[in-house]
Design a protein around this ligand. Structure first.
Ligand code: KIV
Length: 274
């Protein structure tokens, strides 16, 4: 059999597509999903990347943080979402303590890809995770490295708060992003960092940079689906925008979000941090 340049999933988004989008300046629209029905709507709206986030621990399971989420939870929800996706790149979160060593990370990332259908895994990292990213990447597993606010470290950092405002913290996050890219990360995801720092990281790395509460000077945006539908209870993060009130239907709300990311109407200054 001759492969030539055959695309094994014609028409669907891949890491190569995302790199091309960065190169061409086309914004990358990303959302979370946790089940097949919402995944179908998110995919049909033209979302480029769908993340089965460990935020499911909070918005689906009702926990106060993502820490209680298990590998079995992630495999289960990723499998559900995979049934609803045709075009988007499906990314699954590696939950708390599922990537403590390269061996553990390989076994668990393997489950997300082989048992559940993920095409990329995401882990929260600093430079300390470089060997883990290198092991995954070296074994053909695409990796998204999540920096800035790392919700799995919430008990260590004392809450869900802005990261990188102090110059030494900003310097460290920038160095971590470079190191994780060198180790093989295919995407850098920045959560809750000042827009200036996000812009510097975007300048410093060649891979696509996706932001959440990281300003507009990155390659794409991601939000939690339940936040854009206005069904998250409790305190809303500053970057969350409710699209449901104006849209009137779930499908129209998701389409409005994708449209606003694509035409750069989202995020506005009020959704980011100085
Ligand atoms: O778990 C998640 O949903 C995430 C997004 C907030 C980026 O990491």
């Amino acid at each position: 059999m001759v492969y030539g340049s055959m695309d094994h999933r014609a028409g669907s988004v891949s890491v190569v597509t995302l790199r091309k989008m960065r190169g061409e300046g086309e914004p990358i629209a990303c959302l979370t999903a946790y089940d097949a029905s919402f995944a179908r709507l998110v995919d049909a709206a033209g979302t480029d990347l769908v993340l089965v986030g460990d935020t499911l621990g909070m918005v689906v399971q009702g926990h106060a943080s993502t820490v209680p989420v298990t590998m079995d939870d992630m495999v289960y929800h990723t499998r559900l979402v995979a049934r609803g996706i045709e075009r988007a790149l499906l990314v699954a979160d590696m939950p708390f303590l599922s990537y403590t060593t390269p061996e553990v990370a390989l076994r668990n990332a393997g489950r997300l890809m082989q048992e559940a259908g993920a095409r990329m895994v995401k882990l929260e990292g600093t430079g300390d995770q470089a060997a883990i990213v290198a092991a995954l990447s070296g074994n053909g597993i695409p990796v998204c490295a999540h920096l800035g606010l790392r919700p799995q470290a919430v008990e260590k950092i004392g809450g869900f708060r802005l990261q990188g405002r102090k110059p030494d913290e900003a310097k460290q996050i920038l160095a971590d992003a470079r190191e994780l890219e060198r180790a093989g990360a295919d995407i850098i995801l920045l959560e809750c960092v000042p827009r200036e720092l996000a812009a510097q990281i975007h300048e410093a790395v060649a891979v696509p940079v996706i932001g959440i509460g990281a300003g507009a000077e990155v390659d794409g945006q991601i939000l939690v689906l339940y936040d854009i539908l206005g069904i998250t209870t409790g305190r809303k993060p500053r970057f969350a925008k409710n699209y449901m009130d104006a849209a009137g239907s779930v499908q129209a709300a998701i389409e409005a979000y994708v449209r606003e990311v694509k035409n750069r109407a989202y995020p506005q200054a009020e959704h980011g941090f100085d």
